[in-house]
Design a protein around this ligand. Structure first.
Ligand code: IMP
Ligand code: MG
Length: 185
C-alpha cells in the first residue's frame, strides 16, 4: 500500500501524533501469529474477538493463523453496575458451546485489566478447558490485576492512544497507525 502517512490527527477536541506505525503493528502481529501457530496447531481452538476495539487486530492476526479454527465475536454491554466503583459488563453475542474447548481471547488493549479479568471469569464459568489471552497492546503501569497475559504484542506507556481499532468517543478506529495524545498532563 502506498502510505502517505498522517502524522497528526485531531479528534473531537484533542490532538494526537503518530506513535506506532502500521509497519510496526504488522511486524508485531507476525510474531504473535507465529507463536500462536506453534503453540496451538492441531488443537480445537476458538478465537473469541472482543468487539469493537479488536476488529482490526483480529482481522490481521487471523489471516496469519494457519491451523483449522473457529472465530467468533463478542461484545461487552455497557450496562453499569449499581456500585459506584465497579462497572459490570455482560458478554453478549456468545453462542458457541465452550465446554472443554481452548478459547483464545483476541483483545486490542489491556489497560487496568478489569474488563479482561471479568471476561476471563465469565468464560471459565462456561467451562472452557483453557482460556488464553492475546492482546495487541498492554499498559503495564495501569494494570491492576494479576491474571496471566499469554500473548502481548507491545507494552506501551500509560497514555491514551487511538487508531487501529481504538477509539476516542467513537472516532479514529479506522486509522492503520496508532496515535497518542499530544500535551498530556
Ligand atoms: P481495562 O478494563 O481498563 O483494561 O480497559 C479495557 C478497554 O478500555 C479496552 O478494551 C479498550 O476498549 C479501552 N481502552 C483502554 N485504554 C485505551 C486507550 O488508550 N485508548 C482507547 N481505548 C482504551
Ligand atoms: Mg477492547
Amino acid at each position: 500500500m502506498m502510505s502517505d502517512k498522517i502524522n497528526k490527527i485531531k479528534v473531537h477536541d484533542k490532538e494526537f501524533e503518530i506513535f506506532i506505525s502500521s509497519e510496526k503493528i504488522q511486524q508485531t502481529i507476525d510474531k504473535m501469529a507465529e507463536q500462536i501457530n506453534s503453540d496451538f496447531g492441531g488443537k480445537d481452538v476458538l478465537f473469541l474477538v472482543v468487539l469493537n476495539g479488536a476488529f482490526m487486530f483480529a482481522a490481521d492476526l487471523l489471516k496469519r493463523i494457519n491451523f483449522e479454527c473457529q472465530v467468533s465475536f463478542v461484545k461487552l454491554s455497557s450496562y453499569v453496575g449499581t456500585t459506584s466503583t465497579s462497572t459490570v459488563r455482560e458478554l453478549i453475542g456468545l453462542d458457541e458451546v465452550l465446554r472443554g474447548r481452548t478459547v483464545i481471547i483476541v483483545e486490542d488493549i489491556v489497560d487496568t485489566g478489569i474488563t479482561m479479568s471479568n471476561t476471563i471469569e465469565k468464560l471459565k464459568h462456561l467451562e472452557a478447558a483453557e482460556v488464553k489471552l492475546a492482546t495487541l497492546l498492554f499498559k503495564p503501569d495501569a494494570f491492576l490485576k494479576d491474571f496471566p497475559i499469554d500473548y502481548i504484542g507491545l507494552e506501551i506507556p500509560n497514555d491514551f492512544i487511538i487508531g487501529y481499532g481504538l477509539d476516542y468517543d467513537g472516532l479514529a478506529r479506522n486509522y492503520p497507525d496508532i496515535y497518542t495524545l499530544i500535551g498530556k498532563e
